[in-house]
Design a protein around this ligand. Structure first.
Ligand code: FE2
Length: 167
């Protein structure tokens, strides 16, 4: 499998899924790039990097269906609705079953910050925070709280500290 091509195809599929919603498309592009960067800085193997990148692209896929179904898109509803939409998209791309299961697990847990069981999960959460702290206009105290409670990898901590100018 040409993984770079698969990542590009998945990116375009997510554009189509979020067509007309430039904000969400910008969000997923940013989370993907931060996840890719942290994964490389942390020296993850190529296979795990691929899984992290796919998960970053589709992590918020549950927002639209949650809004349509419940008129609300809380973290829990996103987690609940997301995997059923991510799975067929990933199957169409011919990913291995184990990778699809893992990506769907990550989609279904990316707002759950207890029980983070491995680097792919941790990196997805950190990449999403690096983007959300900015998009939500979180102040210095909130950034410091996230550094204390969420960020674990050296790369994620260094990026957060530098980007937001906190110590
Ligand atoms: Fe997100």
């Amino acid at each position: 499998m040409d993984t770079a091509k698969t990542i590009d195809t998945l990116t375009l599929k997510m554009f189509a899924f979020n067509a007309g919603d430039a904000k969400r498309i910008q969000h997923l592009m940013k989370v993907h790039r931060f996840a890719q960067l942290i994964a490389r800085m942390e020296g993850l193997d190529t296979h795990t990097r691929f899984v992290v990148e796919c998960a970053a692209l589709v992590h918020d896929i549950g927002i639209r269906p949650a809004e349509a179904k419940y008129g609300s898109c809380t973290g829990k509803l996103q987690e609940q609705e997301g995997p059923a939409y991510a799975r067929p998209m990933l199957e169409e791309l011919g990913l291995d079953a184990a990778d699809i299961d893992r990506i769907c697990y990550l989609v279904g847990h990316h707002h759950t910050y207890t029980g983070i069981d491995w680097a792919d999960y941790q990196i997805l959460v950190e990449a999403d925070f690096l983007v959300n702290l900015y998009e939500d206009g979180v102040g210095a105290d909130g950034v410091r709280h996230a550094l204390d409670t969420i960020f674990r990898t050296k790369a994620g901590r260094d990026l957060c500290t530098e980007i937001y100018g906190v110590q």
